[in-house]
Design a protein around this ligand. Structure first.
Ligand SMILES: Cc1ncc(COP(=O)(O)O)c(C=O)c1O
Length: 448
């Protein structure tokens, strides 16, 4: 079977004839708001490999936007889904009980880095997890306001969108946003707004919250929560210094503000730990989880300190949230992550990071390589001194990689993300780095 290959194999020009026909149909009937960077029409997937409808095989370093944590259609996950689907598909955990949801909540309580007891609210997506966090933070603190970060992405429903400050197009035309949201600069050390070096800074960017937001805009005793991605995802795979998150914890504790970690993209083993915030030693009050948790089945979770999640029956619920099939997939996913895949993300992630860093000397387009585990960003620049963003070049590199059989996604204005399934092998990481090298060479040649 071709999908057992660990290297790409292209048999047709891209897109092939079957892919072309499906894309032509899509153009008439599917929302044009989707951002398809290249014409991949998937037929099936296995592990870190994907086959398209024309029989072309790709190495997947996108994982359906950092979702398929255990690889495509992992047999244990498929078995769990099948077994559950054969018994019942839905009963609504909102009004009835089933064991899969309880088991998942127990498993989460054992792994989320929140002090004290932990309770989970179940939705269907990352944005629903964030909505639940926003509502619970307001409910629990009886305060209205929220602070989030520039460059952050938290989802597209209107509450979450009001926190999102990634790309203006995501907000354009949808206002007014939810009131009471303030944005602070994120610790993007490659482009430090204060001109500091991350090794020696004290996360002075946090001062902006105290010296500007609290002074000029909103009193801290009216702020319900600060919502932060421990590693910024859509914003460009930006890793802040640990001090940034640690100072946020101090600040929130001082003022009785809740700290919400949005681990929708960085969680579930991707960073080489179950949650990226564990790298910093900080214990947040709530964690938003989605994407990788159920290996591709829709599921979003707001996990919170039990003494915070005390809202009464009827306060918040979702018909489909935590449906039994997604819960079964998540229980199987967590088992696989704990057994092997978190460790694999750390080990193969370090290997891939070294391979990508080794390309820095050869490719002037590379401005920065950063990340944790299998959450790696490469920022492309036109000039290393001025750090002028190489946005067109980034898009061209992603396309050139696709044409060689490597699936990548952009992040932020000019970064490329490597977010493969956590089953990626070292040999596949080497293949990804080799194809990336070739794609960079092609684009650099064409721009000379
Ligand atoms: C950090 C983060 N939060 C929230 C979301 C929203 O998740 P969803 O698209 O499942 O609503 C995303 C999606 O990319 C994300 O990366």
């Amino acid at each position: 079977m071709t999908l057992m290959n660990t290297t790409p194999q292209l048999n047709t020009p891209l897109p092939g004839p079957k892919a072309k026909a499906i894309i032509a149909r899509d153009a008439h009937v599917v929302s044009p708001s989707y951002t398809r960077g290249y014409p991949l029409v998937i037929e099936r997937g296995y592990g870190a490999m994907v086959e398209d409808v024309d029989g072309n095989v790709f190495l997947d370093c996108a994982a359906g936007i950092a979702v398929t944590a255990t690889g495509h259609s992992h047999p244990d996950v498929v078995n769990a889904i099948t077994e559950q689907a054969q018994r019942f598909l839905h009963m609504s955990g909102t009004d009835f009980y089933y064991e899969a949801q309880v088991k998942l909540a127990e498993d989460l309580a054992a792994v989320v880095p929140i002090d004290g007891g932990v309770r989970s609210f179940f939705g269907n997506s990352g944005t629903e997890a964030i909505e639940a966090c926003i509502k619970l933070a307001r409910y629990a603190t009886k305060r209205d306001n929220l602070i989030a970060f520039l460059g952050g992405f938290h989802g597209r429903t209107l509450g979450a969108l009001s926190l999102t400050a990634s790309k203006a197009i995501q907000r354009r035309g949808f206002g007014p946003m939810m009131p009471g949201v303030y944005h602070a600069p994120y610790a993007d050390c490659y482009r430090c707004p204060l001109g500091l070096k991350s090794e020696s800074c004290a996360a002075e960017c946090i001062d902006y919250i105290e010296d500007q937001i609290f002074l000029h805009l909103v009193s801290p005793d009216e702020v319900a929560a600060i919502v932060v991605e421990p590693i910024q995802g859509e914003g460009g795979y930006v890793v802040p210094p640990d001090k940034f998150i640690q100072r946020l914890r101090e600040l929130t504790t001082t003022h009785g503000i809740l700290l919400v970690a949005d681990e929708v993209q960085s969680g579930m083993g991707r960073s080489g730990k179950m949650f990226a915030i564990e790298h910093t030693g900080v214990r947040p009050d709530m964690i938003a989880i989605a994407k990788g948790i159920a290996s591709g089945m829709p599921l979003g979770v707001a996990a919170a300190r039990a003494d915070i999640m005390t809202w009464p029956p009827g306060a918040h619920a979702s018909t489909f949230g935590g449906n039994p099939v997604s819960c079964a997939a998540a229980v199987a996913t967590i088992k696989l992550l704990k057994a092997r895949l978190i460790a694999n993300a750390a080990e193969v992630g370090a290997h891939l990071m070294a391979a990508l860093k080794a390309l820095e000397g050869k490719h002037p387009l590379i401005g920065d390589v950063r990340g944790r585990g299998l959450m790696i960003g490469v920022e492309l620049v036109r000039d290393r001194k001025t750090k002028e963003r190489a946005t067109d070049e980034r898009d061209a590199v992603v396309t050139a990689a696709f044409e060689r059989g490597l699936l990548l996604l952009g992040a932020g204005r000019n970064a490329i993300r490597f977010s493969p399934p956590l089953v990626l092998s070292k040999a596949q990481a080497d293949t990804a780095a080799r194809i990336f090298d070739e794609a960079l060479t092609e684009v650099e040649k064409s721009r000379r």
